[in-house]
Design a protein around this ligand. Structure first.
Ligand SMILES: NC(=O)c1ccc[n+]([C@@H]2O[C@H](COP(=O)([O-])OP(=O)(O)OC[C@H]3O[C@@H](n4cnc5c(N)ncnc54)[C@H](OP(=O)(O)O)[C@@H]3O)[C@@H](O)[C@H]2O)c1
Length: 245
C-alpha cells in the first residue's frame, strides 16, 4: 500500500491522533499539510519529522470553525502543492458538558468546530481535490454508547457519520471515496477528562488497554489508499473489541 504522489491535509495534526495520522500518511509516501489552531511549535515539529522522511510538508494555522480560515488554508495548499488528494477531518474540541448545562455560546462553538468545520473543510477541499480523492473523518464510540458530558460532541459525530453516507454517493461521479474511522477511547490529552471511565474502558477491552493514536492512524491510512476502494460510505469501528464485551 503506497500513498506516493498524494497530497494530504490532516486537520488538527499538531498533536494527538492527528499527528499520528500525519506521520503515518507520510510514512506511506504522502506529502502532508499539517493544520493547527494554536500550537505552532508542535505543528512545526511534525513538519520536521515528515520532511526527514523525504516528503514535502508545511504547517498552516487555520481555525476550522472560521470559514475564512478554511478558504485561506485551501488557497495555500493550491499555491504550494497545486491540488489535494486526501482530506482527513480530525480536528475537534473537547468542551465536555451535560446537555442541560450547554449555553448558547457552547453550542455555537461545539457545532462550529465539530460539525460545521468539517462541512466547510469538505466543501472547500472539493474545489481543489483531484478525481480519485479520499475523505476520511474521525468519529467516536460515543455516538452509540453513553459517555458522561460527551452528548453535544457525540451529536456532531453522529451527524458526520450521516453526512459521510450521503457524500459517498454524491461524490461517486467524481470518484472520491468517503469513509469514517470511529475510534474507541484513545490515549491523548482528551482522556484526562475521563480518568475514572478510562480505567473501566481499559478493563473492558480484551487486550486490557486503551488504544493508541497509531492504532487509529493505520486504519485511516488504509482508507486513504486505493486498496480500500470497495469500502464506501462506511464507519469502521476501531476499538480493540471494547464494545463487544
Ligand atoms: N481521544 C479519544 O479517545 C478519541 C476517540 C475517538 C475519536 N477521537 C477523535 O479523534 C480526533 C482527534 O482527537 P484527539 O484526542 O487527538 O484530540 P486532541 O488531542 O484534543 O487534539 C486536537 C487537535 O485538533 C486541533 N484543533 C482543535 N480545534 C481546532 C480548530 N478549531 N481548528 C483547527 N485545529 C483544531 C488541535 O490543535 P491546537 O492544539 O493547535 O488547538 C489539536 O491538534 C477528534 O476528532 C476526536 O473526536 C478521539
Amino acid at each position: 500500500m503506497s500513498l506516493e504522489g498524494n497530497v494530504a491535509l490532516v486537520t488538527g495534526s499538531s498533536r494527538g491522533i492527528g499527528k499520528a495520522i500525519a506521520l503515518e500518511l507520510a510514512a506511506k509516501g504522502a506529502d502532508v499539510v499539517v493544520n493547527y489552531r494554536r500550537q505552532r511549535q508542535l505543528a512545526l515539529d511534525v513538519v520536521t519529522k515528515i520532511r526527514a522522511m523525504g516528503r514535502r510538508s508545511i504547517a498552516v494555522r487555520a481555525d476550522i470553525a472560521r470559514l475564512s480560515h478554511v478558504m485561506a488554508l485551501m488557497d495555500r495548499i493550491a499555491k504550494e502543492f497545486g491540488s489535494l488528494d486526501i482530506l482527513v477531518n480530525n480536528a475537534a474540541i473537547s468542551a465536555f458538558r451535560r446537555v442541560e448545562d450547554m449555553r448558547d455560546r457552547d453550542w455555537d462553538r461545539t457545532l462550529n468546530v465539530n460539525f460545521k468545520g468539517v462541512v466547510w473543510c469538505v466543501r472547500e477541499a472539493l474545489k481543489i481535490m483531484n478525481p480519485n480523492g479520499k475523505i476520511v473523518s474521525l468519529t467516536s464510540f460515543g455516538i452509540f454508547t453513553y459517555i458522561p458530558r460527551y452528548g453535544p460532541i457525540a451529536a456532531c459525530k453522529a451527524a458526520i457519520e450521516s453526512l459521510t453516507r450521503t457524500l459517498s454517493v454524491e461524490l461517486t461521479e467524481r470518484d472520491i471515496n468517503v469513509n469514517v474511522v470511529n475510534g474507541g477511547p484513545i490515549a491523548t490529552e482528551s482522556l484526562k477528562f475521563f480518568v475514572a471511565e478510562a480505567r473501566q474502558w481499559s478493563e473492558r477491552t480484551p487486550m486490557k488497554r486503551i488504544g493508541t493514536p497509531e492504532d487509529l492512524a493505520h486504519v485511516v491510512a488504509f482508507l486513504c489508499s486505493d486498496e480500500a476502494r470497495w469500502i464506501r460510505g462506511q464507519s469502521i469501528l476501531v476499538d480493540g473489541g471494547m464494545t463487544i464485551m
